[in-house]
Write a protein that binds this ligand. Sequence first.
Ligand SMILES: C[S@@+](CC[C@H](N)C(=O)[O-])C[C@H]1O[C@@H](n2cnc3c(N)ncnc32)[C@H](O)[C@@H]1O
Length: 302
Amino acid sequence: MSKPVPVSYIESRQKRLSWLDDQTDLFRVIDGEGDGYPNVYVDQMGDVILVSTMDEAVPQNLLQEWQTMGCAVFHKTLEQDVKRPPMQILGPNIDSVFEAKEQGVKFKIDLNAGYSQGIFLDQRLHRQKVRDLLKPGQTLLNTFAYTGAFSVYGALAGAQTTTLDLAQPCLDWAKENMELNGIDPKTQYFCKGDTLHWLKRFEKQGRQFDGIVLDPPTFSRDDKGNVFRVERDYGKLVALASRCLAPKGWILCTCNCKKLSHGAFKSMVREGMPFASLSSDPMPPEFTGEDYLKRVWAVSRA
Ligand SMILES: C[S@@+](CC[C@H](N)C(=O)[O-])C[C@H]1O[C@@H](n2cnc3c(N)ncnc32)[C@H](O)[C@@H]1O
Protein backbone atom coordinates (compact mmCIF):
# COMPACT_ATOMS: atom_id res chain seq x y z
CA MET A 1 0.00 0.00 0.00
CA SER A 2 1.37 3.48 -0.86
CA LYS A 3 2.05 5.91 1.98
CA PRO A 4 -0.34 8.89 2.30
CA VAL A 5 1.12 12.10 0.86
CA PRO A 6 1.42 14.85 3.54
CA VAL A 7 -1.71 16.98 3.31
CA SER A 8 -2.02 20.66 4.17
CA TYR A 9 -3.32 21.49 7.63
CA ILE A 10 -6.30 23.41 6.26
CA GLU A 11 -7.24 20.57 3.95
CA SER A 12 -6.99 18.03 6.73
CA ARG A 13 -9.02 20.24 9.07
CA GLN A 14 -11.72 20.75 6.44
CA LYS A 15 -11.99 17.00 5.94
CA ARG A 16 -12.40 16.44 9.71
CA LEU A 17 -14.96 19.22 10.00
CA SER A 18 -17.09 17.52 7.36
CA TRP A 19 -17.17 14.38 9.60
CA LEU A 20 -17.91 16.19 12.86
CA ASP A 21 -20.90 18.14 14.13
CA ASP A 22 -20.59 21.93 14.47
CA GLN A 23 -20.49 21.63 18.27
CA THR A 24 -16.98 20.16 18.28
CA ASP A 25 -13.76 22.17 18.40
CA LEU A 26 -11.70 19.46 20.10
CA PHE A 27 -10.39 16.95 17.58
CA ARG A 28 -7.32 15.40 15.99
CA VAL A 29 -6.39 17.09 12.71
CA ILE A 30 -3.19 15.27 11.76
CA ASP A 31 -2.60 11.73 12.97
CA GLY A 32 0.99 10.87 12.18
CA GLU A 33 1.65 8.42 9.41
CA GLY A 34 -2.07 8.20 8.60
CA ASP A 35 -1.91 11.76 7.24
CA GLY A 36 1.59 11.49 5.80
CA TYR A 37 3.46 12.93 8.82
CA PRO A 38 5.20 10.11 10.74
CA ASN A 39 5.43 10.93 14.48
CA VAL A 40 3.59 14.25 14.12
CA TYR A 41 0.20 14.67 15.79
CA VAL A 42 -1.84 17.87 15.61
CA ASP A 43 -4.92 18.56 17.69
CA GLN A 44 -7.38 21.42 17.46
CA MET A 45 -8.25 22.52 21.01
CA GLY A 46 -10.70 25.41 20.84
CA ASP A 47 -8.84 28.14 18.95
CA VAL A 48 -5.45 26.64 19.77
CA ILE A 49 -3.38 24.24 17.68
CA LEU A 50 -1.36 21.72 19.68
CA VAL A 51 1.37 19.91 17.78
CA SER A 52 3.12 16.91 19.35
CA THR A 53 6.28 15.42 17.89
CA MET A 54 8.80 12.82 18.96
CA ASP A 55 11.63 15.40 18.90
CA GLU A 56 11.96 19.13 18.35
CA ALA A 57 11.25 19.08 14.61
CA VAL A 58 7.90 20.53 13.52
CA PRO A 59 7.35 20.21 9.73
CA GLN A 60 8.20 23.49 7.97
CA ASN A 61 5.17 23.42 5.67
CA LEU A 62 2.84 23.23 8.68
CA LEU A 63 4.66 26.09 10.42
CA GLN A 64 4.29 28.22 7.29
CA GLU A 65 0.59 27.47 7.02
CA TRP A 66 -0.03 28.29 10.69
CA GLN A 67 1.90 31.54 10.29
CA THR A 68 -0.43 32.67 7.51
CA MET A 69 -3.46 31.63 9.58
CA GLY A 70 -2.24 33.75 12.54
CA CYS A 71 -3.43 31.24 15.16
CA ALA A 72 -1.85 30.30 18.51
CA VAL A 73 0.28 27.16 18.19
CA PHE A 74 1.73 25.16 21.08
CA HIS A 75 4.31 22.41 20.76
CA LYS A 76 5.06 19.44 22.98
CA THR A 77 7.55 16.64 22.62
CA LEU A 78 6.53 13.06 23.21
CA GLU A 79 9.93 11.84 24.41
CA GLN A 80 9.43 9.24 27.12
CA ASP A 81 11.25 11.10 29.88
CA VAL A 82 10.22 14.63 29.02
CA LYS A 83 7.00 15.43 30.85
CA ARG A 84 6.64 19.17 30.50
CA PRO A 85 3.76 21.37 29.41
CA PRO A 86 3.62 22.48 25.77
CA MET A 87 5.45 25.68 24.74
CA GLN A 88 3.91 28.36 22.57
CA ILE A 89 5.77 28.62 19.25
CA LEU A 90 3.49 30.87 17.16
CA GLY A 91 0.60 33.30 17.25
CA PRO A 92 -0.96 35.72 19.72
CA ASN A 93 -0.62 35.22 23.48
CA ILE A 94 -3.63 33.42 24.85
CA ASP A 95 -4.87 32.31 28.25
CA SER A 96 -3.52 28.86 29.03
CA VAL A 97 -6.88 27.87 30.54
CA PHE A 98 -9.94 27.96 28.31
CA GLU A 99 -13.14 26.15 27.44
CA ALA A 100 -13.60 23.95 24.38
CA LYS A 101 -16.32 21.57 23.31
CA GLU A 102 -16.84 18.09 21.95
CA GLN A 103 -20.24 17.10 20.56
CA GLY A 104 -21.73 20.02 22.48
CA VAL A 105 -20.15 18.98 25.79
CA LYS A 106 -17.85 21.58 27.35
CA PHE A 107 -14.45 20.86 28.83
CA LYS A 108 -11.85 22.92 30.64
CA ILE A 109 -8.53 22.76 28.81
CA ASP A 110 -5.35 23.74 30.62
CA LEU A 111 -2.25 23.96 28.43
CA ASN A 112 -0.03 24.25 31.49
CA ALA A 113 -1.54 21.32 33.34
CA GLY A 114 1.36 19.03 32.54
CA TYR A 115 1.64 16.29 29.99
CA SER A 116 -2.08 16.09 29.22
CA GLN A 117 -4.31 19.09 28.68
CA GLY A 118 -7.59 17.73 30.07
CA ILE A 119 -9.10 15.39 27.53
CA PHE A 120 -8.07 12.30 25.55
CA LEU A 121 -9.51 12.89 22.09
CA ASP A 122 -9.27 9.25 20.97
CA GLN A 123 -12.14 8.30 23.32
CA ARG A 124 -14.67 10.60 21.60
CA LEU A 125 -16.90 7.83 20.20
CA HIS A 126 -16.72 5.86 23.44
CA ARG A 127 -17.94 8.91 25.35
CA GLN A 128 -20.79 9.28 22.87
CA LYS A 129 -21.71 5.60 23.28
CA VAL A 130 -21.64 5.89 27.09
CA ARG A 131 -24.14 8.75 26.79
CA ASP A 132 -26.29 6.70 24.39
CA LEU A 133 -26.25 3.53 26.50
CA LEU A 134 -27.16 5.11 29.83
CA LYS A 135 -30.79 5.75 30.70
CA PRO A 136 -31.90 8.35 33.25
CA GLY A 137 -31.53 7.00 36.77
CA GLN A 138 -28.96 4.34 35.85
CA THR A 139 -25.53 4.32 37.45
CA LEU A 140 -22.05 4.82 35.98
CA LEU A 141 -18.73 4.09 37.69
CA ASN A 142 -15.88 5.93 35.96
CA THR A 143 -12.57 4.59 37.29
CA PHE A 144 -9.13 6.09 36.53
CA ALA A 145 -11.35 9.03 35.66
CA TYR A 146 -8.75 11.80 35.06
CA THR A 147 -10.87 14.95 34.45
CA GLY A 148 -14.13 12.99 34.44
CA ALA A 149 -14.95 13.27 30.73
CA PHE A 150 -16.89 9.98 30.74
CA SER A 151 -18.72 11.05 33.91
CA VAL A 152 -19.83 14.33 32.32
CA TYR A 153 -21.34 12.45 29.36
CA GLY A 154 -22.96 9.98 31.80
CA ALA A 155 -24.43 12.72 33.98
CA LEU A 156 -25.76 14.48 30.87
CA ALA A 157 -27.59 11.23 30.02
CA GLY A 158 -29.29 11.54 33.42
CA ALA A 159 -27.22 8.81 35.11
CA GLN A 160 -25.96 8.92 38.67
CA THR A 161 -22.18 8.97 38.24
CA THR A 162 -19.31 7.94 40.51
CA THR A 163 -15.96 9.42 39.48
CA LEU A 164 -12.89 7.70 40.93
CA ASP A 165 -9.26 8.80 40.69
CA LEU A 166 -6.11 8.63 42.77
CA ALA A 167 -5.44 12.36 42.30
CA GLN A 168 -7.51 15.06 44.02
CA PRO A 169 -6.65 17.70 41.35
CA CYS A 170 -8.27 15.38 38.75
CA LEU A 171 -11.43 15.06 40.85
CA ASP A 172 -11.55 18.86 41.28
CA TRP A 173 -11.16 19.30 37.53
CA ALA A 174 -13.94 16.72 36.95
CA LYS A 175 -16.22 18.81 39.19
CA GLU A 176 -15.38 21.93 37.17
CA ASN A 177 -16.20 20.05 33.95
CA MET A 178 -19.56 19.05 35.45
CA GLU A 179 -20.30 22.66 36.38
CA LEU A 180 -19.41 23.87 32.88
CA ASN A 181 -22.21 21.61 31.63
CA GLY A 182 -24.82 22.72 34.15
CA ILE A 183 -24.45 19.65 36.39
CA ASP A 184 -24.21 20.32 40.11
CA PRO A 185 -21.26 18.17 41.31
CA LYS A 186 -23.04 17.79 44.68
CA THR A 187 -25.58 15.56 42.90
CA GLN A 188 -22.79 13.15 41.82
CA TYR A 189 -20.31 10.97 43.73
CA PHE A 190 -16.52 11.44 43.72
CA CYS A 191 -14.07 8.94 45.26
CA LYS A 192 -10.40 9.57 45.83
CA GLY A 193 -8.09 6.55 45.95
CA ASP A 194 -6.99 3.40 44.25
CA THR A 195 -9.43 1.75 41.82
CA LEU A 196 -8.70 -1.83 42.96
CA HIS A 197 -9.26 -0.89 46.61
CA TRP A 198 -12.51 0.90 45.82
CA LEU A 199 -13.81 -1.98 43.68
CA LYS A 200 -13.27 -4.36 46.62
CA ARG A 201 -15.04 -1.90 48.91
CA PHE A 202 -17.99 -1.49 46.52
CA GLU A 203 -18.31 -5.29 46.28
CA LYS A 204 -18.41 -5.61 50.09
CA GLN A 205 -21.04 -2.86 50.26
CA GLY A 206 -23.07 -4.61 47.56
CA ARG A 207 -22.93 -1.54 45.33
CA GLN A 208 -23.69 -2.21 41.69
CA PHE A 209 -23.38 -0.10 38.55
CA ASP A 210 -25.12 -0.34 35.18
CA GLY A 211 -21.98 0.80 33.38
CA ILE A 212 -18.30 0.82 34.36
CA VAL A 213 -15.39 2.48 32.55
CA LEU A 214 -11.94 0.94 33.07
CA ASP A 215 -9.23 3.06 31.43
CA PRO A 216 -6.06 2.69 33.50
CA PRO A 217 -2.61 4.04 32.70
CA THR A 218 -0.16 1.40 31.47
CA PHE A 219 1.60 1.47 34.83
CA SER A 220 0.36 2.73 38.17
CA ARG A 221 1.22 2.56 41.84
CA ASP A 222 -1.44 2.77 44.55
CA ASP A 223 -1.11 4.76 47.79
CA LYS A 224 0.57 1.75 49.46
CA GLY A 225 3.15 1.34 46.69
CA ASN A 226 1.54 -1.72 45.03
CA VAL A 227 2.17 -1.78 41.29
CA PHE A 228 -0.51 -2.24 38.62
CA ARG A 229 0.67 -3.18 35.11
CA VAL A 230 -1.85 -3.38 32.31
CA GLU A 231 -0.11 -6.31 30.55
CA ARG A 232 -0.18 -8.36 33.76
CA ASP A 233 -3.17 -7.16 35.77
CA TYR A 234 -5.96 -6.09 33.39
CA GLY A 235 -7.80 -9.44 33.68
CA LYS A 236 -7.84 -9.12 37.48
CA LEU A 237 -9.17 -5.56 37.18
CA VAL A 238 -12.03 -6.71 34.91
CA ALA A 239 -12.86 -9.59 37.29
CA LEU A 240 -13.05 -7.21 40.27
CA ALA A 241 -15.18 -4.72 38.34
CA SER A 242 -17.53 -7.45 37.12
CA ARG A 243 -18.47 -8.18 40.73
CA CYS A 244 -19.89 -4.66 40.98
CA LEU A 245 -21.86 -4.87 37.76
CA ALA A 246 -25.66 -4.78 37.75
CA PRO A 247 -27.52 -7.50 35.79
CA LYS A 248 -27.15 -6.87 32.02
CA GLY A 249 -24.56 -4.20 32.81
CA TRP A 250 -21.60 -3.30 30.62
CA ILE A 251 -17.92 -2.54 31.12
CA LEU A 252 -15.92 -0.40 28.71
CA CYS A 253 -12.46 -2.00 28.88
CA THR A 254 -9.82 0.22 27.33
CA CYS A 255 -6.22 1.39 27.62
CA ASN A 256 -3.62 2.91 25.33
CA CYS A 257 -0.80 0.43 26.01
CA LYS A 258 0.97 0.19 22.65
CA LYS A 259 3.03 -2.86 23.65
CA LEU A 260 -0.10 -4.95 24.09
CA SER A 261 -1.74 -6.61 21.07
CA HIS A 262 -5.50 -6.38 20.52
CA GLY A 263 -5.70 -10.17 20.83
CA ALA A 264 -3.83 -10.30 24.15
CA PHE A 265 -6.00 -7.49 25.52
CA LYS A 266 -9.22 -9.24 24.53
CA SER A 267 -7.98 -12.47 26.14
CA MET A 268 -7.45 -10.64 29.44
CA VAL A 269 -10.96 -9.18 29.26
CA ARG A 270 -12.30 -12.68 28.51
CA GLU A 271 -10.34 -14.07 31.47
CA GLY A 272 -11.91 -11.44 33.78
CA MET A 273 -15.45 -11.91 32.46
CA PRO A 274 -15.65 -15.40 30.91
CA PHE A 275 -19.38 -15.33 30.08
CA ALA A 276 -19.69 -11.77 28.78
CA SER A 277 -20.52 -10.85 25.22
CA LEU A 278 -17.51 -8.94 23.81
CA SER A 279 -17.36 -6.42 20.96
CA SER A 280 -15.27 -3.44 19.80
CA ASP A 281 -15.95 -0.28 17.83
CA PRO A 282 -13.55 1.42 15.40
CA MET A 283 -11.44 4.35 16.60
CA PRO A 284 -12.81 7.79 15.65
CA PRO A 285 -12.25 8.36 11.89
CA GLU A 286 -9.99 11.36 12.54
CA PHE A 287 -7.44 8.88 13.96
CA THR A 288 -6.13 7.74 10.59
CA GLY A 289 -2.79 6.43 11.88
CA GLU A 290 -1.91 3.49 14.10
CA ASP A 291 -4.81 1.51 15.60
CA TYR A 292 -3.22 1.62 19.08
CA LEU A 293 -6.21 2.04 21.38
CA LYS A 294 -7.18 -1.23 23.08
CA ARG A 295 -10.93 -1.36 23.48
CA VAL A 296 -13.54 -3.98 24.26
CA TRP A 297 -17.14 -3.61 25.42
CA ALA A 298 -17.98 -6.46 27.79
CA VAL A 299 -21.70 -6.88 28.33
CA SER A 300 -23.00 -9.17 31.05
CA ARG A 301 -25.42 -11.82 29.79
CA ALA A 302 -26.88 -12.38 33.26
C1 LIG B 1 -5.17 7.31 31.22
S1 LIG B 1 -5.77 8.47 32.40
C2 LIG B 1 -7.46 8.08 32.27
C3 LIG B 1 -8.16 8.87 31.20
C4 LIG B 1 -9.64 8.95 31.38
N1 LIG B 1 -10.25 7.64 31.38
C5 LIG B 1 -10.27 9.81 30.29
O1 LIG B 1 -10.85 9.26 29.34
O2 LIG B 1 -10.15 11.03 30.37
C6 LIG B 1 -5.28 7.72 33.92
C7 LIG B 1 -5.83 8.32 35.22
O3 LIG B 1 -5.73 7.29 36.21
C8 LIG B 1 -5.40 7.87 37.46
N2 LIG B 1 -4.81 6.79 38.26
C9 LIG B 1 -3.56 6.27 38.16
N3 LIG B 1 -3.44 5.22 38.99
C10 LIG B 1 -4.64 5.08 39.61
C11 LIG B 1 -5.14 4.14 40.56
N4 LIG B 1 -4.38 3.17 41.04
N5 LIG B 1 -6.42 4.26 40.97
C12 LIG B 1 -7.21 5.28 40.50
N6 LIG B 1 -6.78 6.18 39.59
C13 LIG B 1 -5.52 6.08 39.15
C14 LIG B 1 -4.48 9.02 37.12
O4 LIG B 1 -4.52 9.99 38.15
C15 LIG B 1 -5.10 9.52 35.80
O5 LIG B 1 -6.02 10.56 36.06
